[in-house]
Ligand binder design. Structure first.
Ligand code: F6P
Length: 525
C-alpha cells in the first residue's frame, strides 16, 4: 500500500465515507437549513455552491485534513517561489508569473522584465492590427488572422477568444487550426484571400508535427499568390521558445513573441500564446483577464484550506474518485460562448493528472484524474443528460452558470432556469410512484460555479480556479502535474511510422498488428 492510502487522513475519510453514504442530499438539506449558504464560497466575481455534494461539516474537516497532511500550503508556496516542481524536466511551473502584478517575481530569479516585455510587444502588435497598420505584402489591410497551434497552443486561445468575443473592438476575423488533417486548414482558408490573411503560429517547441505541417501548408498557400521572396514572411508571426525554429519558417525576428521553459503549454494562455485572445477582445480586456487570474492566485495563496475555492473543488474530486469510485466528471457551461471550456479542461486536467506513477516514480494504488467531458447546456440536455439523471454511473457535474449577460431579453434567464432545474433534478430526483421508468432517483452530486457576468476578470478567475484545482489534486495524489510523457511517446512513435508508411521502410521491430495494418494501408494505391 502507498503512504497515501495508509495515512491517517485517508483512513479517517474511508471510515467517514460509510456514514455519509447512508445519508442522501435531501437528508443533508433537511438536517441543516443553512446548508446552501454554509457550503458556498465567494471570491471576486465567482461563487461556488457546493451544497449539493455528499459532504457535511465533518467531511470537509476530514478532507481539509488530507490536504494539510499533504502539506498543500507548503507546495503552494513552493510553486509561487519558482521551485522546479516539474521534477522530470527540472523546470519551474511559473505560469502565475505571467499574471503577477509584482515588480519582481519570484523572489529568486525574477522573470518579470521578460513578462512585461512580452506584454508590451503584444500591446504594440494588437494596436497595429486594430489600427489597420498591419498590412499584407501588397499593402492591403489584413482582414483575417489564422491561429495555428495544437494542445496548449490552441485550446486556451480558442476557448477564450470565443468567450471574450463580445469585448471585440473590431479588427480582423479570427480562425483556429490545429489538426494535421489538411481538411482543418482547408476549411479555415475557404473564402480567404492570401493578400489579406495573416498567420500566427503558436508552438512552444516549434517542433510539433501538426503545427509545422500546417505552417508549411499556410506558407505554400501564400507563396502560390505572393511568390516565394519576402512577401509571405510579412504574413506571419510566431509565439515560441524556439526562435530559430520560427525564423526557419521565415517569420521576421521582430514578429517572434517569446515563451519560456518555465511555462507549460496547457498553462500558457496568459503568455503571448493568448495573442489571438488579445486580438479578439483588445489588449485592455486581456489585461483584465490577467487581473482576474491574479485575484484567484491571491485567494489560493491566502485562504484557509476549507474556504479555498480551488482546494475545495480538488477535495470534492478526490472524495468521489477515491472514496466512491467515480471515473468521470462532466463540465456543463450554460453559455454558448463557453462551449469550448470542456475541451480546454480536458487537456488541463487529464494531461496534468492522468498519471500512474507518483513523483517518486512509484506506481500508485489509488485512482488519479477522472475522465473529464462535457458540452454546453442546453443542447447537452437533449444529448447525454438522460444518463446523468437515470443512468448507472456516478458522474459529478460542474455547472457553469452566468448570472447576467447585459441584454434585456429573457434569454439569459431561460439558460439559468435550465441550469438550476438540471442541478435540482439531479440532487432531488422525481418520485413518480408506480412508474419506475419515470423515477429520477436523485442524490446525484453537482457543483455550481456562478459568474455574475461573463467578464474578462471573471473568466481569468475561472481558468485560474481550475489550474489551481488541478495543482492541489496533484499535490495530494503526489503527482508531477506538469509533464506529459505519455503524449511525448505517441509523438515519437508517429514520427517513426510515417516513413514506413510513405516509403515502405522496414517494419521489423513493430508489433504484429501495426505491421499488418501498415502492409494493408501501403497497398492502397
Ligand atoms: O499535447 C502534448 C503537448 O506537448 C502539449 O502539452 C502542448 O500544449 C502541445 O503538445 C503543443 O506543443 P507545442 O506548443 O510545443 O507545439
Amino acid at each position: 500500500m502507498s503512504k497515501l492510502t495508509r495515512s491517517p487522513a485517508w483512513e479517517a475519510l474511508a471510515a467517514h465515507r460509510k456514514r455519509i453514504a447512508a445519508t442522501s442530499l435531501a437528508d443533508l438539506f433537511v438536517a441543516d437549513l443553512s446548508r446552501a449558504g454554509r457550503f458556498s464560497i465567494e471570491t471576486g466575481e465567482l461563487m461556488l455552491d457546493y451544497s449539493k455534494h455528499w459532504v457535511d461539516a465533518e467531511t470537509m474537516r476530514l478532507l481539509a485534513g488530507l490536504a494539510a497532511q499533504a502539506q498543500l500550503p507548503g507546495w503552494i508556496a513552493r510553486m509561487f517561489a519558482g521551485d522546479p516542481l516539474n521534477n522530470t524536466e527540472a523546470r519551474a511551473a511559473l505560469h502565475v508569473a505571467l499574471r503577477s502584478g509584482d515588480a519582481t517575481f519570484p523572489e529568486r530569479g525574477d522573470v518579470m522584465p521578460a513578462v512585461r516585455g512580452a506584454l508590451e510587444s503584444m500591446r504594440r502588435f494588437v494596436g497595429e492590427v486594430h489600427g489597420g497598420v498591419l498590412k499584407g505584402a501588397d499593402g492591403r489591410a489584413i482582414t483575417d488572422v489564422v491561429s495555428i497551434g495544437i494542445g496548449g497552443s490552441d485550446l486556451g486561445p480558442r476557448m477564450l477568444a470565443r468567450a471574450m468575443r463580445k469585448f471585440r473592438k473590431g479588427g480582423p476575423k479570427l480562425h483556429f487550426v490545429s489538426n494535421i488533417d489538411p481538411a482543418d486548414l482547408e476549411a479555415a482558408l475557404t473564402g480567404l484571400t492570401p493578400n489579406t490573411t495573416f498567420f500566427i503560429v503558436a508552438s512552444k517547441t516549434f517542433a510539433t508535427a501538426e503545427t509545422l505541417a500546417n505552417a508549411a501548408r499556410a506558407r505554400a498557400w501564400l507563396e502560390a499568390v505572393l511568390g516565394n521572396s519576402n512577401g509571405p514572411s510579412r504574413h506571419f508571426a510566431a509565439i515560441t521558445a524556439n526562435a530559430a525554429g520560427a525564423e526557419a519558417l521565415g517569420v521576421p525576428p521582430e514578429r517572434v513573441f517569446p515563451m519560456w521553459d518555465w511555462v507549460g503549454g496547457r498553462y500558457s494562455v496568459w503568455s503571448a500564446v493568448g495573442l489571438p485572445v488579445a486580438l479578439a477582445a483588445g489588449m485592455n480586456a486581456f489585461e483584465e483577464l490577467l487581473e482576474g487570474a491574479r485575484a484567484m492566485d491571491a485567494h489560493f495563496r491566502n485562504e484557509p484550506l476549507e474556504r479555498n475555492m480551488p482546494v475545495v473543488l480538488a477535495l470534492l474530486e478526490i472524495w468521489y474518485v477515491n472514496f466512491f469510485g467515480a471515473e468521470t466528471r462532466a463540465v456543463i457551461p450554460y453559455s454558448e460562448d463557453l462551449r469550448d471550456l470542456p475541451a480546454y479542461l480536458q487537456q488541463l486536467e487529464m494531461e496534468s493528472n492522468g498519471k500512474r506513477v507518483d513523483r517518486d516514480g512509484n506506481e500508485v494504488d489509488y485512482a488519479t484524474a477522472p475522465v473529464v467531458w462535457g458540452a454546453s447546456g442546453t443542447p447537452s440536455q437533449h444529448s447525454f443528460h438522460q444518463l446523468l439523471h437515470q443512468g448507472t454511473h456516478l458522474v459529478p457535474v460542474d455547472f457553469i452558470v452566468i448570472g447576467r449577460n447585459g441584454e434585456s431579453s429573457n434569454a439569459q434567464e431561460a439558460l439559468v432556469a435550465n441550469a438550476l432545474a438540471q442541478s435540482a433534478a439531479l440532487a432531488f430526483g422525481n418520485p413518480a410512484p408506480g412508474a419506475p421508468h419515470k423515477v429520477l432517483p436523485g442524490n446525484r452530486p453537482s457543483s455550481t460555479v456562478l459568474l455574475e457576468r461573463l467578464t474578462p476578470r471573471a473568466l481569468g478567475a475561472l481558468i485560474a480556479l481550475y489550474e489551481h484545482k488541478v495543482f492541489a489534486e496533484g499535490v495530494i495524489w503526489n503527482l508531477n502535474s506538469f509533464d506529459q510523457w505519455g503524449v511525448e511517446h505517441g509523438k515519437n512513435l508517429a514520427r517513426t511510422l510515417l516513413p514506413r508508411l510513405l516509403a515502405g521502410e522496414d517494419a521489423a521491430g513493430l508489433d504484429a498488428s501495426t505491421r499488418s495494418l501498415l502492409a494493408r494501408l501501403r497497398k492502397r494505391d
